[in-house]
Write a protein that binds this ligand. Structure first.
Ligand SMILES: O=C(O)CCC(=O)C(=O)O
Ligand SMILES: [Mn+2]
Length: 230
């Protein structure tokens, strides 16, 4: 599977040590699936994301406290989209904050990845698309705006490698870094579902999937508590 990875050279993080298969050792419930998507699947997904971004353009959310813009540009698919601004803080909305249009549905191939890696009977309701330009990053945070607190979060990486930091339940606790490469899928379940995490940096030029240096990340989340019939 790794043979299909579009990473022509080692990143500093990879050169530094065995950072690829350790996600589960950092926080129980974190499962890294390196190279889960082969090159053809990555290209197919990219076409889906381009169509999605044509309908729901990438935009820059702003920090609720300071009003400063994120370095990451975002859009969403699904019933709910994750948004952030001074007016309402971090939250889910049914419509794009700039166009006012409902988010497009989550493309079927993306739902298929969720079903494949989680084995769950219910689907995600939000697919956050993060676009990282080469100098973009995402600070340490927890995904905590969902009612469905026990549903896993599934994260899909496309494009250049990124240094992902994964910690524990407190912001100040120990963290470990791992490299996320194009085609990797990371499942945050159990304790890891509530762990602090962030993206420290990109390694521009490590993937040839995208036309320009940068990285796309898809984060799939269940927002409302699923009816499991229990
Ligand atoms: O880009 C990533 O790998 C992580 C994204 C993330 O944590 C988020 O969107 O909440
Ligand atoms: Mn997150």
């Amino acid at each position: 599977m790794c043979a299909t990875r579009a990473t022509p050279r080692q990143t500093p993080a990879e050169a530094a040590g065995p950072a690829r298969a350790v996600a589960a050792d950092i926080v129980p419930g974190a499962r890294l699936l390196p190279g889960h998507l082969d090159a053809a699947a990555q290209r197919a997904l990219l076409a889906e994301i381009r169509a999605l971004a044509a309908a729901a353009p990438l935009y820059r959310p702003t920090m609720p406290k300071t009003g400063r813009p994120f370095s990451v540009r975002m859009t969403n698919a699904g019933t709910f989209g994750w948004v952030a601004d001074r007016r309402g803080g971090y939250r889910y909305e049914r419509a794009h904050p700039e166009t006012g249009a409902p988010w497009p549905p989550i493309p079927e191939p993306i739902l298929a990845i969720w079903r494949d890696v989680t084995g769950l009977a219910y689907d995600p309701e939000a697919c956050l698309v993060n676009w990282y330009a080469p100098d973009a990053k995402m600070g340490l945070h927890r995904d905590a705006d969902e009612e469905a607190r026990d549903a896993p979060v599934v994260s899909i990486s496309l494009g250049d490698d990124a240094r992902f930091r994964l910690g524990g339940p407190t912001r100040k606790g120990p963290t470990r870094s791992l490299t996320l490469s194009s085609g990797d899928v990371l499942v945050l379940d159990g304790a890891a579902r509530h762990a602090y995490h962030g993206v420290d940096r990109l390694y521009p030029g490590t993937s040839t999937l995208l036309d320009a240096p940068g990285r796309l990340n898809l984060t799939l989340r269940r927002v409302s508590v699923p009816d499991t019939g229990a």
